[in-house]
Design a protein around this ligand. Structure first.
Ligand code: GLU
Length: 292
């Protein structure tokens, strides 16, 4: 099997120390497997996209020695592919009239990402007089044998998740035309023939939903590896929302060594004086731990 990996940033701001760790992990894993590494710009949520952030991220990655082995794709240009998969899901998908507030008021619980678990209100059809606000995919009931999704994460170990307990039927599309990340990522990973997904552990709880969609759409299921997310001194995930700073790429080697250390790799700074010598040391260090 030939290895194809990817880094799939959302262009909501410049690359920061946290997203660099995810980028580096995916790049090292691809190189350690003599595989290809792709960049994909996940600009599907246009309300969050910041103009110019895509070029900025691509430029920063390049300055740090990481360039896509194939033409970069943008999710905003691939909506017809999401539409085709959505149609293929047929009557597994149903329209839902519920507002966020109505779902929150049902108080059946919160999913790991903080959203309320969908109680299934519109499963049997839209209530009279209501119109669709979104389309949801049916997940198995808790007593169905395929309710629990299980996968072996290369960093986190065995993960088991019951979709009905953790999220309920989830949104694939909104009436305003918005395509959900879960669907877009599954379609793109399959179209790009991604064999290995390496990304931040904040996406660990999205993985069961993605595997569920991959199964329904008869797609290959990649291997997953979720690296720990970096936190700030307040224990919050480093992100644009928590004020993570853009990287200063005038010292690329320093940034790369710090990211490698965050991944638990020991790189001797005295042996590294350029981006090239950094990768000469970091690729074998990663391979010793993760080539399987
Ligand atoms: N676009 C997502 C993010 O920036 C990453 C998606 C993925 O790697 O699957 O958080």
């Amino acid at each position: 099997m030939s290895y194809i990996g990817r880094f799939a940033p959302s262009p909501t701001g410049p690359l920061h120390a946290g997203s660099l760790v995810a980028a580096l992990a995916s790049y090292l894993d691809a190189r350690a497997h003599q595989g290809r590494w792709l960049i994909r710009i996940e600009d599907i949520d246009e309300t969050r996209t910041v103009v110019g952030a895509d070029d900025d991220i691509i430029h920063t990655l390049s300055a740090l020695g990481m360039q896509s082995d194939e033409k970069i794709i943008w999710q905003s240009q691939r909506k017809s592919h999401y539409e085709a998969a959505f149609i293929e899901l047929g009557n597994m998908v149903y329209p839902c009239a519920c507002s966020r507030k109505e779902i929150a008021d049902s108080r059946i619980g919160l999913s790991p990402d903080g959203a309320a678990i969908y109680p299934g209100t519109c499963r049997a059809g839209l209530p009279a007089g209501r119109t669709a606000r979104s389309w949801r995919i049916r997940v198995p009931n808790s007593d169905e044998s395929n309710n629990v999704i299980e996968f072996n994460d290369r960093w986190q170990g065995l993960v088991r998740e019951s979709l009905s307990d953790s999220v309920g039927d989830f949104v694939l599309r909104r009436a305003d035309g918005f395509w959900a990340y879960q669907l877009a990522v599954v379609v793109d990973d399959a179209d790009q023939e991604i064999t290995h997904v390496v990304r931040g552990a904040d996406l660990l709880e999205s993985t069961a939903r993605q595997i569920y969609l991959q199964r329904l759409l008869n797609k290959n299921i990649p291997q997953y590896l979720h690296v720990p997310v970096m936190t700030n001194e307040r224990g919050e995930k480093l992100s644009k929302q928590t004020g993570a700073e853009a990287l200063d790429i005038s010292q690329p080697v320093r940034l790369l060594i710090a990211a490698a250390n965050a991944l638990g790799l020991t790189i001797n700074p005295s042996e590294v004086n350029s981006v090239q010598t950094f990768f000469d040391a970091a690729v074998p260090a990663w391979a010793r731990r993760f080539r399987q």
